[in-house]
Design a binder for this molecule. Sequence first.
Ligand code: TYD
Length: 215
Amino acid sequence: MAGTFISFEGPDGAGKTSVIKAVNEALGNQLGAEQVLLTREPGGDRIAEQIRDVLFDDQNTNMDSRTEALLFAAARRQHVVQDIKPALHEGKVVLSDRYVDSSVAYQGGGRHLGIDDIWELNEFAIHDLLPALTIYLDVPSELGLQRINEHRADQVNRLDREKLAFHRRVRQAFLTLAKRHPHRIVVIDASAELTTVIQEVESLIHSRFPTLLPK
Ligand code: TYD
């Protein structure tokens, strides 16, 4: 496939959204905005967005963990087919705010469903489409939760509200994944200042894909 697929991962409060926004702007300036697709999971086309609404409906307090895992994977499948693959075929850079590793970390680790089982479930959904690079923004869980409470208390979702132990399991699962996929997943220390994190991410993209971003 001609394009370049980059995913961004991180526990809640890692500053992921701000980092992606900056990368999207830098790539857009370099390549032209139409050459970059910024997208997020769960989400994408109409069907994936409808699944997102089910997942984050505050009234769905009795959602079974396996149902949750299946819905995230279903939304991902739809996103891959309707948004990511077509953009890659057109030669675009696709920046995805979360992808398969989030399911492995949140459902596999956080919800205790198991890293391997959730990986397998998602292999069915993604059908070999892995990012060329996954940037994992790492922060200690306490700091992540503190940032959420300070900055986005009004936008807290069903998963954000989970307890500290849940978020610690999520982080551990992300770190396990990074060890298992050392070339694809690069860990960036996101406890540093935002500008430092952005610089580090942009220089990583430059070193992996020199034609996309100049130094
Ligand atoms: P969202 O508000 O979209 O954004 P952010 O990435 O900034 O947190 O929240 C997505 C939530 O869904 C987040 O808590 C992680 C969770 N999630 C999963 O549990 N599994 C998944 O497969 C994905 C993609 C997300």
